[in-house]
Design a protein around this ligand. Structure first.
Ligand code: C2E
Ligand code: MG
Ligand code: MG
Ligand code: MG
Length: 280
């Protein structure tokens, strides 16, 4: 990847490498305890119909509240968890919590809502995932069609055949699959054609410079067109301004997510902010 070539930072010294490793180990140990002692929780960010503002779904976003009061963002601890077996345990906890919350949403007047859950690569290469999810959704009586698993393009590259097999098994049960951060990775159109996915999420980096970024607008328009032709739902990420929202609506983008439309909220806050699925 190009960033390595143009990186201005020099390689780590041995001491820096050691410090990093020690920090990783410390986080890993603390994270293990966090999982056991309930320091992890989920926030839900609204995914709305861009034109009407009506709630279409929610994305579960994990948070880690440490006993020292610090909140660690997932970009920091998920990559570390991914280097060990911890990600499997965390992933199972996230799925269980998200599905329990979906059952709750169904009893709160938000019955048709979809719940998006971010997946790590190693969760998706595990052949145990489809069966585990099938059991979970049956036990909680939530329909698989309301559970959307998000994965990124880079996850498709690691073990494409295995990932594809798991995707098909999940789809056969009825779960949906969404391609997250679309446009940032290396997925080919051939892959898009053959993968059983139901939605694309336009990466935030293409939304950031709208409305003035002509190239970004062209990219957004192209992804929307691609979605229409392939019958995929398209969701724009990172909508922060009314202008961005207007341009995306203009491009025909149906769904969106971002600070403008709703911050990630605890479940009860979400329910309160969208009575009957309409923004308050
Ligand atoms: P993602 O799946 O692409 O999630 C979207 C990120 O963008 C979230 O960051 C969200 O808070 C942020 N965001 C939403 N709207 C806006 C906006 O308008 N402006 C800006 N600047 N940011 C916005 P967050 O919660 O820090 O999550 C970061 C990443 O961590 C996620 O990216 C996802 O890849 C990963 N992640 C989060 N939760 C989980 C989880 O339960 N499991 C796994 N494996 N990964 C997770
Ligand atoms: Mg996501
Ligand atoms: Mg994303
Ligand atoms: Mg992301």
């Amino acid at each position: 990847n190009g960033s390595t070539v143009f990186s201005t930072s020099s390689p780590d010294t041995l001491a820096q490498q050691r410090a990093k490793l020690a920090q990783h180990l410390a986080i890993e140990t603390a994270l293990h305890e966090a999982l056991q002692t309930g320091q992890l929780y989920l926030l839900y960010q609204p995914i709305v119909d861009i034109a009407s503002g009506a709630l279409h779904g929610v994305e579960a976003l994990i948070r880690w509240h440490r006993p020292d009061g610090e909140t660690v963002p997932p970009d920091v601890f998920i990559p570390i968890a991914e280097q060990s077996h911890l990600i499997i345990d965390i992933g199972r906890w996230v799925l269980g919590q998200a599905l329990r919350d979906l059952a709750l949403l169904q009893r709160s007047g938000l019955a048709a809502l979809k719940i998006h859950v971010n997946m790590a690569a190693s969760e998706f290469t595990s052949s145990a995932l489809p069966q585990m999810l099938r059991t979970m959704s049956a036990e909680l009586a939530v329909p698989p069609s309301q559970v959307v698993l998000e994965l990124t393009e880079s996850m498709l590259m690691r073990q494409p055949e295995q990932v594809k097999r798991v995707m098909h098994q999940l789809r056969d049960i009825g779960f949906e699959i969404s391609l997250d951060d679309f446009g940032m990775g290396h997925s080919s159109l051939a892959m898009l054609k053959s993968l059983p996915i139901s939605s694309l999420k336009i990466d935030r980096s293409f939304v950031r410079d709208l409305p003035t970024g002509e190239r970004d607008r062209a990219i957004a328009q192209t992804i929307v067109g691609l979605g229409q032709h392939l019958q995929l739902e398209v969701i724009a990420e990172g909508i922060e301004s009314a202008e961005q929202r207007a341009v995306l609506a203009d491009c025909g983008c149906r769904f969106g997510q971002g600070w403008l439309l709703g911050r990630p909220l605890p479940l009860q806050g979400l329910i309160a902010a969208f009575p009957n699925g309409r923004p308050r």
